[in-house]
Each structure stands twice: as C-alpha cells, then as structure tokens.
Unconditional design. Structure first.
Length: 114
C-alpha cells in the first residue's frame, strides 16, 4: 500500500482569493459591495504575499492600485443607475484615470446613501 504524499498546492489560496476578488459584484447595497471588495482585496494581497514568500524565482503575484481600481469599477458595471457615478465619481478630477479604491468607495457610498 502506498501512502498518499499529495499536499495541497500553495497556489490554491492565491487562486481562490483571486477568484473571489474578480467575482466581487454589487448585488445588494453599496455598503456590502464596498466591504466585500475591500475584504477580498486584502485577502488577495495576503495570499499574494504568502505565495511570493514561498516562490524561489521571485515572481510577483501582487496587484497594482490601478488594477484594483478597475476591478472595483467593473464590479458595478451591471448596475445601470450607477452610470453617472462611473462617469464622474470613479475617476480622478482630470477625468483621465481611475480614482483609488478608497476614493471610489467613499463616492459610491455617498451617491447610494450608505
């Protein structure tokens, strides 16, 4: 009889955290979406840091602030009443780049009354 030597991949928590972050969508309220996104983003960053620490080839697994912002923005894409917010509150004052997640969170909560 051969003993099982399989051990879970260190990449699985990273993959799961990435999937959770990628699938975070506005479904119930701005507060729930903002809280879920921030929690899933932090879980992803923790998983990335853990994976990077175990990685022998120094591959980076983190996420940039810009990518986090576009993911937050995309999480609201299916909500039609947020079109004005996406055109104004999700962007920097120059209207040329996405605002940081913290700023988007504040403006989204303000327009939704949360």
């Amino acid at each position: 009889m051969i003993a099982s030597t399989h051990k879970p991949s260190a990449a699985m928590p990273y993959r799961n955290a990435y999937n959770n972050l990628l699938n975070t969508k506005f479904t119930t309220s701005a507060t729930d979406f903002c809280n879920d996104f921030q929690r899933n983003l932090q879980n992803f960053r923790n998983a990335a840091a853990s994976l990077e620490a175990m990685n022998e080839n120094s591959m980076k697994y983190g996420i940039s602030e810009g990518m986090a912002s576009i993911m937050f923005f995309q999480g609201t894409a299916h909500i039609s009443w947020l079109e004005t917010w996406r055109a104004t509150g999700a962007l920097e004052k120059d209207q040329q780049s996405f605002a940081p997640v913290e700023q988007m969170t504040a403006t989204l909560r303000a327009v939704s009354g949360n």
